[in-house]
Design a protein around this ligand. Sequence first.
Ligand SMILES: [Zn+2]
Length: 271
Amino acid sequence: MYSKFICPICKGNFTVNNKTLICENNHCYDISKYGYINLMRSQKSSKKRHGDDKLMLKSRHDFLEKGYYKPLLDAVTDEVLKRCGDENFTVLDVGCGEGYYTANIKQNVPDCDVYGIDISKDALICAAKRDRNISLAAASCSEIPIESGSCDVVLNIFSPTNAAEYSRVLRPDGILIKAIPLENHLFGLKAAVYDKPYKNKIDSRELENFIVSDFREIKYTLNFTSNEDIISLFKMTPYYYKTSRTDQAKLENLTNLETEIEFGIIVYQKR
Ligand SMILES: [Zn+2]
């Protein structure tokens, strides 16, 4: 564990010494009692850099634990399993959040070396609780503290994309697995909240330094029969923070909701 992390200051490799990582230039980082390392380059803007707040995190945890996104979890794990090779096989989950996808991969392929980074420390604490055998660090995707050319798979599940950094950390034959919401994802939920719901805009699949080698769609319908689940779903989306109180209130007493779930999984090969 931890050996592929690099020092955020000098980019040197670490020696793992009990609960501390020390680089060649003696920069030290402690593995916190919560099971992650803080490798943020700077603490200055930590207030602006909120990551997922606790409310969003709890809603997402409750929601995911009920298995509503299990088809996506299975599909992502499947893509990794298909390619999994020797015991040196390394997977990095960028923006791993509370480790829902990360932990499932570790549990399905115990031999593989699994890393997760996120800017939210609360999310990392949840991820460490899911599985203590994942190497976790607080870090941003703009400067990934991982050794160049050390990863076989990078996961990018609904997190910001940084093609240059993904390409740098991947081995020459490495792949990037990116999950995106498709056009009608959560349309039923949006129709319950907004007078004029819009379909999602789909960004171009093209990514610098990568070629698309595979694409699959996962589409199904969810029927919610509890207000709690509907509210959890809403709170874990970015819509929650962009919606007026009047529109938010429309969900307060709603106990039945049918909504489309639509994900795309893009597999990229390093160019
Ligand atoms: Zn250093």
